[in-house]
Design a protein. Structure first.
Length: 94
């Protein structure tokens, strides 16, 4: 089991990054202005809306990528653990 400890720590770091990214995305989402600005007096709000939308798109993309990597990494660790437990010669069944 201790042989997997560095891999589990790596998975923990990756998962922590995903959680921090989700928290950052949520905080950024609170600043989103959902109204449609069509008047000339409101034209100054359009670039800010576009910039926040661009940031959210980048965060969403990286969030999805890192989440998939985290899940695949965990599945790989689990598969390696199961494989090593079946091939462990120190355990005798009878």
């Amino acid at each position: 089991m201790t042989i997997f400890l560095p891999y589990i720590a790596g998975w923990g770091v990756l998962t922590t990054v995903v959680v921090i990214l989700a928290i950052y995305r949520r905080r950024l989402d609170l600043r989103v202005d959902e109204t449609l600005h069509v008047l000339d007096s409101q034209a100054s709000a359009i670039p800010a809306q576009a910039e926040v939308a661009k940031k959210l798109a980048v965060i969403d993309r990286w969030g999805k990528i890192l989440t998939v990597l985290s899940v695949l990494y965990l599945l790989g660790i689990a598969a390696a653990y199961i494989y090593s437990s079946f091939n462990d010669t120190s355990i005798r069944l009878g």
